[in-house]
Design a protein around this ligand. Structure first.
Ligand code: G6P
Length: 610
């Protein structure tokens, strides 16, 4: 949540900051602001999007070769001009931008109020900048020392950038819990909450670790911890390409990402499975192969769409590797006093690698002695850095807030993982050849589904004004029903529920009337006939059925108002195909309703607060 960008160098900082904020806007978009350091510390900030900030700044000519920018997702305080970042200290000596939550802000604020500080915003961030100011003034220390001493008093999470008026050629960044990456250019440095604003200038980056502070001066970088212990920076090279961050001719990032799935699925499986022998190789798991082989239980922990991928994983792992699996919401797991055995393997799934609840749940699992691994999309993010092993999905940057290609990449990787663990345990999979070949053919089949986009547009047109939707599926298609419903509500604000089809008669059936669209994911698998009966039950009550069926299905064609055919594949691979039409359906409905598809209200791509 919240995007952070900073620059120090020889170029005009303003365009770098504004373009950086546009790249980061998917992290939060309720207000935006920048600060430039020249002789003065000039702050411009406003409620709204980065475009609103640009309009606001127009004609004001912000100058400076040092500056920082922020795009906010509100935690403390409503989105308005005052609560927007940067926040300035009362003395106007310091400006600060922040991603995260200062948990002990109330007690810090009390102390500062007693010392005569006044507060203008409702944010926890303003408390931190005043605290830095107080330490600076009181103790006559350098700005860098004031920042470090203040951070020693902070409980909570932060990624911050600080500018001090009295240090006209310096920018300070620090991290605990919320990511900060530093780009190393020639005679210039960049700071950001992820690499997206940096990539067009340099590929050399340093990811700050928790409790580290970076002090950037012209041509010099110093990294130390908040207790003043020097650290040796580890420079990494980004593999991301700039094109991956552009819409590439599509109207929205979400649509581009849906259409990228043949490639992102292929990238996530390529080189990891031998098409002839069917042997799976996952380098990031080889060092824990014994723990995987002897695991008492696997526990997936995740949030949102990643949790749905975990549910598919439960079916896959139990079928292939015959190992008990639990799937947990990270936010529930971490506070539930869960029973965790040292021979459990806990698998965190996260696109962003920064989800606060998932990180905390991993920490708990680690402290309980379990082996902890991660499936993650963003290289260098926090989640893959805090575990015993892991596998990256290679979906490429996902910018649309509603996750699409990350989900299918996660399911592809979990499929490989299930095959790998089965291999380690010597479990026999009856139709292994069909699965291996089927997996290699998924990208081609996804391409085929994408060709029916026009048909899905017509269905969207029919149902764009619906107020409710029901999504029903069984077995491997139950998590897909949940994911389809989540996609729709996230971006079109239509209430939608996903349910196991057989559970319909225990509640949702009461909702069915001539106004209720019901999406059935009814592919030809072992429960097909039972799902057909559910469709009949809905039709009998005048519900309007849209069915995702296997190519060539005639039975459902006669029952449903609309059918979308998908190519046949092994049951265990169906989610990789059946989810695609649901992504497209929600996308088109949202566009037709005039919703901001890439930046749906109140949501953020990377949820770094709990
Ligand atoms: C947010 C995003 C979702 C995502 C979830 C988990 O809610 O909007 O798209 O599924 O976080 O994020 P993660 O990065 O951990 O997969």
């Amino acid at each position: 949540m919240c995007g952070i960008v900073g620059y120090i160098g020889y170029r005009d900082a303003y365009p770098i900051l504004v373009n950086g904020l546009k790249r980061l806007e998917y992290r939060g978009y309720d207000s935006a602001g920048i600060a430039l350091l020249n002789k003065n510390l000039d702050v411009y900030k406003i409620k709204g999007k980065v475009n609103d900030l640009e309009e606001f700044v127009e004609g004001k000519k912000p100058v400076g070769t040092i500056g920082m920018g922020h795009t906010r997702w509100a935690t403390h305080g409503v989105p308005n001009n005052i609560n927007a970042h940067p926040h300035m200290s009362s003395s106007k000596n310091f400006a600060l931008i922040h991603n995260g939550i200062i948990e002990n802000y109330a007690s810090l604020k009390k102390g500062l109020l007693a010392r005569g500080y006044e507060f203008h915003s409702d944010t926890d961030t303003e408390v931190l900048v005043q605290l830095i100011d107080w330490i600076y003034t009181q103790n006559h220390v350098s700005s860098e020392e004031a920042v470090r001493l203040a951070l020693q008093e902070v409980v909570g999470a932060y990624g911050i950038v600080v500018l001090c008026k009295n240090e006209p050629r310096q920018i300070i960044a620090a991290r605990k819990g919320s990511p900060i990456v530093i780009g190393i250019g020639k005679d210039e440095y960049f700071v950001a909450s992820d690499a997206t604003p940096i990539i067009e200038f340099t590929k050399e980056v340093i990811y700050l670790n928790d409790d580290e502070v970076a002090i950037l001066n012209d041509g010099e970088i110093v990294i130390k911890d908040i207790y003043n212990l020097g650290k040796t920076p580890h420079i990494e090279t980004l593999e991301m390409e700039l094109e991956a961050l552009e819409k590439g001719g599509f109207e929205h990032f979400m649509l581009k990402e849906i259409f990228e799935q043949p490639r992102s699925i292929m990238d996530s499986i390529r080189g990891r499975i031998d098409p002839v022998s069917g042997q799976v190789k996952l380098g990031g798991l080889s060092q824990i192969s014994e723990q995987l082989k002897n695991a008492r239980r696997l526990i997936f922990i995740a949030c949102g769409t990643s949790w749905h991928a975990g549910l598919v994983g439960e079916y896959l792992l139990e079928e292939f590797a015959r190992i008990p699996v639990e799937v947990e919401y990270a936010s529930e797991f971490r506070y539930r006093k869960p029973i965790i055995y040292s021979d459990d393997v806990v698998i965190a799934i996260s696109q962003s690698g920064e989800t606060a609840d998932t990180l905390a749940a991993m920490k708990l699992a680690k402290e309980s002695g379990a082996t902890v691994i991660a499936i993650c999309n963003v290289v260098g993010s926090s989640i893959p850095r805090n575990n015993d092993g892991g596998v990256y999905t290679h979906a490429g940057p996902e910018i649309g807030v509603a996750s699409t290609k990350a989900f299918t990449a996660q399911v592809s990787v979990i499929t490989l993982m299930a095959l790998y663990i089965a291999q380690l345990k010597g479990s026999k999979i009856g139709n292994k050849r069909e699965i291996v070949e089927g997996l290699m053919n998924i990208p081609r089949k996804v391409e085929k589904i994408l060709e029916v986009n026009d048909k899905i547009i017509a269905i969207a047109e029919t149902f764009k004004n619906a107020t409710n939707f029901l999504y029903l599926g069984r077995g491997y298609n139950f998590p897909v029903a949940l994911e389809g419903a989540l996609k729709l509500k996230e971006i079109s604000y239509i209430h939608a529920e996903g349910y196991p089809a057989a559970e319909m008669k225990h509640g949702p059936i009461a909702l069915i009337d001539e106004n209720m669209p019901v999406v059935f994911i009814a592919t030809k698998d072992s429960t097909y006939e039972k799902v057909v009966s559910n469709i009949q039950e809905v039709v009998a009550r005048k519900g309007r059925v849209i069915a995702i069926v296997t190519e060539g299905d005639h039975q459902i064609k006669d029952l449903a108002e609309f059918v979308i055919e998908i190519p046949d594949t092994a049951d265990s691979l169906v989610p990789l195909l059946s989810v695609i039409p649901l992504q497209l359906l929600s996308y088109h409905i949202a566009v037709m309703r005039g919703c901001n598809v890439d930046q749906p209200r109140n949501l953020a791509k990377s949820v770094t607060v709990e």
